[in-house]
Design a binder for this molecule. Sequence first.
Ligand code: SF4
Length: 434
Amino acid sequence: MNQPLPTPCNTGSTIRQRGQHEVFCGLTSIIWLHRKIPDAFFLVVGSRTCAHLIQSAAGVMIFSEPRFATAIMDERDLAGMADMHDELDEVVEKLLERRPEIRMLVLVGSCPSEVIKFDLGRAAERLNARYASRPRVLCYSGSGIETTFTQGEDNFLAALVRGLPGDIRSGRPAQLVVAGSLADVVEDQMARLLADLGIEDVVFLPGRSSDVLAPIGPQTRYVLAQPYLGATAAALESAGARRIDGIFPLGEEGTTAWLQAIATTFGVSASRFEAVTAAPRRRAREATAHYRPWIEGKRIFLFPDSQMEPSLARYLNRELDAEIIEVGSPYLHREHVAGELAMLPPGVSISEGQDVEVQIDRCRAARPDLIVCGMGLANPFEAQGLVTKWSIEFAFTPIQGYEQAGDLAELFARPLMRQGLLSGAASPSRRVAS
Ligand code: SF4
């Protein structure tokens, strides 16, 4: 059933949906998390279905020893006829014998382990005691009952923060924690920009090694690099850190606003900010302009998948002149995305949650030029002659920051270019030039 809710911004009312949803579960986030922290190992405690999802979704790992696996629960486990804790201990023992280089072992809960109420927290505690935290054992839920794919990362980062040892928390705290998994190339660029702004003691969460533990204290400020980190933000705040409010670093405008919020917090002068950001801002604007002719004036419908949708819609509308029909998000953290919602054009439809059939009907009726949606919906839409973009690509492609602004624009432009070629339409650059 859909219920309109008032929104504190200039958009139309929010459609709140509580029907069937079609989105990848939180296990999917292992695809980018295992690359980000090479000395970590993700052990899913789940069914054969979970194993298939992870193996096929992360199949690109065929050239190296994978850093993820599934401890498969069978019928005896599900019927309560076997002691899951003993079985898990055995699997972990064999794994650590074979892979002694693992520094952090992450137990990932799934739908089946949730259904039988298998206590992964207790298992992690027991394994930490048994191996004296070498490797450190953490756990989080990636179950599709309660998480979408980006919420898997959120739960993992929250577990990382909660698992910080006490002596680290009471050591010299970081000035700034940048929370949210970023591709290494993006992290390097952000680190350089922050250093050029004179901001020291910056910690990225997650770090590239399980040894990088973010020291957090009352002086620590944190900024979210991703909009889907509600649980992580709560964990950081309960450790004493305070959030820097802002929009997210997508596109030239988003990146500048994000950096400006940090710079203002740390008292960076306007002249220094201008000196550090002027050149990359110009590059970002130029790279984006290259793709604008393909996207300007196009009507775009975003289905709820990653929680990045409000930021993507703001970027599409303000930097690429697209018309936004509907912005879906599996969940709207109203405090964290208030700035994004306020920048959307008046009257844009916002939807939270999903009732997939009803939303498909709305989308078909609107006949958008481009649909941003999950892989399961994309093929049927394409078969009906509609143009789509897989939303999961925005989660594992480096798109944040100035140097990626052109790549972000290209992700939206590519399906429209392909359609232009197939239909033999005149190139948009000629249309714009005429
Ligand atoms: S966690 Fe749930 S939704 Fe995800 S693959 Fe396993 S059974 Fe399927």
